[in-house]
Design a protein. Sequence first.
Length: 316
Amino acid sequence: MAISLGVVMDPIGSIKIHKDSTFAMLLEAQRRNYDILYMEQGDLSLRDGRCLARMRHLQVRDDAADWFTLGEVRTDFLDSLDVILMRKDPPFDMEYIYTTYLLEQAESRGTLVVNSPAALRNANEKVYTAWFPEVCPPTLVSRRHADIVDFVRSHHDIIVKPLDGMGGASIFRIREDDPNRNVIIETLTDHERRFTMAQTFIPEIRDGDKRVLVIDGEAIPYALARIPGEGETRGNLAAGASGVGVALSDNDRKIVETVGPRLREQGILFAGLDVIGNYLTEVNVTSPTCIRELDRLYGLNISATLMDRIEQKLAV
């Protein structure tokens, strides 16, 4: 019997298939003759302790002019599916958290959810680095203006960013003598009402912010180094960075060896580590990207590795 795979994602009609990792996963699932059921966040509901969803059969094609076909809507319990890919992009807001509670009901009845709903709630992509201080740059998380001022005085050149951002949004570089220092801190902390992360500036950002993909605790051997554009310090493709493929360094592998076992333990089957120079800066668990870019650069099929691991877990 074919594996039934549900996917919770953003509207499929709005994605850019040439760089969408979820789409790569769906292409591989279809190649394996999985029964694919498509859902958006608003299709989920909870009734008497069981999660229901409005779902539609999905067919995909690697054709930028015509990449999907959806079947008729049906409503069924989520725990009728073998596996669910939770691939909704941030913002990681309360609606996202409520969604993890619903998905957790399906998980409790035997459905494999990738990534585990509890892990999605617990592993904030910025703060989760605190579990691995030995491979991270000096880091502060605080709401207090004075704390961040002290941090920049101590380290002279820092990066500050919101805990719930993505794609390089609202990331600032502050030097000790920056005349905009106070207004940046006020803006990010909302006048000490919101926690903010500060990290020392890592000059090796000029060589790229490397996205290292990790499947069930093990690294894909190549990373996408996202090189900041002219006049930029942000290594985010969404902020105009360019992607260059690189082989993992020995230090990259050391970072994965440090982080990987905890990811596996928490049920984070697919993660994207952000590495600048010798340091881990973020652990992305909601909807990590860069599969399609690395597949093209190196002739890989990263989604096949992920589906192999999913099949192994279903067979246990």
